[in-house]
Design a protein. Structure first.
Length: 426
């Protein structure tokens, strides 16, 4: 807020006061993530649009309620009506804004506190998604055309892709000694992060080296997220499976998806920004008996331990060990905790980024011990209909999940401010 002495009554009313606020806002560019436009009375729409037409951040429209027994000429606010006056003009000027329930709300109320929490999430998503860089380490996983993406379409939305040949990573790892700078610290980090007691020393050293090379890419190219070709060259050449490294990256705030599923990394980043917690990419993997609204979501072991019931155990990936024993060390196995969750993913088509968002929860339902990898039972209302919509919409067998209920904030950020295309699956 400007100092109250900057205008006649401490707020913005006239065109001149709106321009004064716009100049003040420009002077503080980069210091704020959003603006709350507060309407104590029927606001002046001309002053409002002059003030905020070039704000370039999310704008929350908040209007004060009237009070029964204070409806006389002296005390009546009329902000209930004036809010429409302002939103109409902002719509005419093509300036995006956010409105929430209830239509009028006192800023000291619990309802507005909830509005503010959601608006803060919207601001984080918009600010973090307007321009960011994703690293693609390796070519598209050969078996999966489902993870194809259009770099130029992503660039249109401010998403830059930096690609790296996996052979370079392998070369760097093979030419790194066991006592190279940073190895000891990486080994300590991995041992403290999860149970690595079963991993042979040579394989654990290799995992530490791969982690160091990935960190080098992150630092050198200023990556905000990454996706990795995780099979099967790493297994056949380096004798490791990098799942646990992706798990650890997500837990320290670096969004990381497997199988070069770069589109999942995009929605993972959005959910991480909204919730402030790690996210994960999982397979729609199994039905759960006869319960139509439940499914097992799974991946080999890249799930952040923050989302797991307990610390994982690093094992040899059973799929690789079956044909090539000793090649798959690195799966961080365990079970996903019970929590309310949001799930989302996207695809590119004809220059557009197309997304879906919905919600459900992970339950405490048991998955038998013989089930390998990291998995959880998800309960999703209307799941069968949603699966039909995903199949007909051309979405992949992966979905990305995040902690908590974020659908409203994500949809608002995606559609109002970022201009993504949305597919309704609920």
């Amino acid at each position: 807020m400007m100092d109250e002495s900057a205008t006649r009554f401490g707020g913005v009313e006239t065109r001149d006061e709106g321009r004064l606020y716009a100049r003040w806002l420009k002077e503080h560019d980069g210091e704020f993530d959003g603006v709350i436009f507060s309407m104590p009375i029927f606001a002046d729409e001309n002053g409002a649009i002059e003030a905020l037409r070039d704000a370039n951040v999310p704008i929350l429209m908040q209007a004060y309620p009237d009070e029964i027994r204070k409806m006389d000429f002296k005390n009546r606010r009329d902000a209930y009506c004036g809010k429409f006056s302002v939103t109409d003009v902002f719509t005419q000027y093509k300036v995006p804004f956010t409105v929430m329930k209830p239509h009028v709300v006192h800023p000291l109320s619990a309802a507005f506190a909830e509005n503010l929490t959601e608006f803060a999430a919207i601001c984080r998503v918009v600010g973090g998604m307007k321009r960011f860089t994703v690293g693609a380490i390796g070519a598209r996983t050969t078996a999966f055309k489902t993870v194809r993406f259009d770099e130029l379409a992503l660039q249109k939305y401010g998403i830059t892709v930096e690609s790296f040949d996996l052979s370079e990573l392998i070369f760097k790892v093979q030419n790194m000694t066991d006592d190279a700078p940073g190895i000891a610290a990486k080994l300590e980090r991995l041992r403290n992060y999860t149970d690595c007691s079963c991993v042979p020393t040579t394989n654990l050293n290799t995992l530490a080296k791969v982690s160091l090379v990935i960190d080098e890419y992150i630092e050198t190219y200023h990556l905000d997220a990454l996706t990795l070709r995780c099979w099967n060259e790493m297994e056949t050449i380096l004798r490791v499976c990098p799942c646990v490294l992706l798990s650890e990256l997500n837990d320290r705030g670096m969004v990381a998806s497997c199988e070069i599923d770069l589109c999942s990394a995009i929605t993972m980043r959005a959910m991480q920004l909204a919730s402030g917690k790690p996210t994960a990419v999982l397979d729609w993997n199994n039905n759960y008996g006869e319960e139509e609204n439940k499914a097992i979501l799974f991946h080999c072991g890249p799930v952040a331990q923050t989302l797991m019931r307990a610390k994982g155990t690093v094992t040899e990936h059973k799929m690789f060990a079956k044909e090539d024993p000793g090649s798959g060390w690195g799966s961080n196995e365990g079970r996903i905790a019970a929590f309310d969750m949001t799930f989302s993913n996207c695809r590119t088509e004809d220059g557009k980024l197309i997304l879906y968002v919905s919600e459900g929860k992970f339950t405490d339902d048991v998955i038998e011990d013989g089930y390998f990898g990291c998995a959880g039972v998800a309960e999703i209302p209307g799941l069968q209909q949603k699966l039909l919509r995903l199949a007909r919409g051309g979405f992949k067998h992966h979905t990305s999940i995040g902690y908590g209920s974020m659908k409203a904030a994500l949809v608002e950020a995606f559609t109002t401010y970022l201009r993504y295309e949305m597919v309704e699956i609920d």
